[in-house]
Write a protein that binds this ligand. Sequence first.
Ligand code: ADP
Ligand code: MG
Length: 452
Amino acid sequence: MYDVWKNALAEIEQQISTANFSTWFQDTSLLSTEDGEIKIGVKNSFYVKQLRNRYLDLIKTALENNNITVNNIDFEVQSGTKPKVRPREITPTDTVVKSRIKKVKTELTNQPTNTGLNNKYTLDNFVVGSNNDLAVSAARSIIDSPGDRYNPFFLYGGPGLGKTHLVQAIGNELLKKNPDLKIFYTPISHFYSDFIDAVKLGKGKEFNLKFRKLDVLIIDDFQFIVGKEKSQEEFFNIFNDLYQLNKQIIVTSDRLPSQIKSVDERLASRLTWAGAFDLQLPKFEDKCAILRAKAELMGAEIEPEAIEYIAENVNTNIRDLEGEFSTILLMSEVRGLTPLELIENGAVSVNKTSKLRPVSAKQIVEKVAKYYELPVKEMCGKSRVAHIKTARQVAMFLLSKELSLSTNKIAAEVGVKDHTTVMHGVKKIEKDLKLNFTLRDQIEEIKEKIYG
Ligand code: ADP
Ligand code: MG
């Protein structure tokens, strides 16, 4: 029995990410296979739900490939295989006290300044991962030498991925190095309203002069410039003046300037003269690292399994990740249970994507084909026609993201020869998603159709 399960696990390991495998399968055992009634031992009830919802098909196939008949699969919680963590290392009251202390501290240091900067955003508390390492290294270079290589610094990415944090951190670090620097941070919407007010009061010139005196100008959420022509013109003038004086300009946006409607073409190209840096969605490991750092910062104790559970289930952005994390910590304080105990008791159900809902590979393929009005056979055929190929790649992408299937498995589902084609397809969609908002919407719609 032991060997059968070992072989089945080896096969499962090939099909899913290492992180998923070690999270969900590490402490499982095969208890019985009599009459096709499979019994699998797991460490607690929380795992039963996860395994049943997400990996039933995978387990079935892996067992069948090892000559085991599978009629039904059941899970049994094995007593004695309690979570490895020692949940009682700190008491709930400890957590309350610690987080109170933390709050007092942050209140004292969070005094707003006339730079518009908030000094809670630092580089020290910005976790570097594969989702942001290039942007962070550019940021470091700016801190070393503002107005130099990365000028202007254009940072873009979806909401909640750390744009504001990173550009504010640049401002704070620069100020730390040189308190005399004239730095100003402003969301573009404030720039716009301040400009309108100044003009109304006949103080347009002063407004302009104030900006021209700056050493570093940080503009956040530039995408909201849409439709504000006069402000755009004013910004363009200020931009040119500062640029010529080698002053550092930093701009964030949720998309590239060329994709913001009604942005002057010359301004759009100038904004990305020194390149454009993006922040991407964090991967599982990045999310765990962020949560660990937050826990440390807050002085809160949380079990590694609870961190993995949150990281695994929040797939939207870092803001949501933090939100869920805080909710769980708060509930943990209130209920006097550790975060993992809460999760195991079903008191929290983090579900920021449709990942946990059961859906088969076949259903995904069918929905994608239907969405693009293609017969499944044609989509999963050999056609190189652009729209058919895109549909096929979207199917690959969703199979990978929603079901975490291996590239080999995906290749079989969409009828392509080898797994490198799948890797290429998934990467292509990932890349396109950053810039192609229509595709983004399409994929959201398909997901709604799949799960709706
Ligand atoms: P954006 O401006 O892109 O919408 P924010 O900068 O406001 O996103 O980030 C959202 C939240 O996530 C903030 O609380 C921020 O501190 C946190 N955050 C984002 N990226 C990181 C990171 N790499 N490390 C630590 N915290 C992060
Ligand atoms: Mg922001």
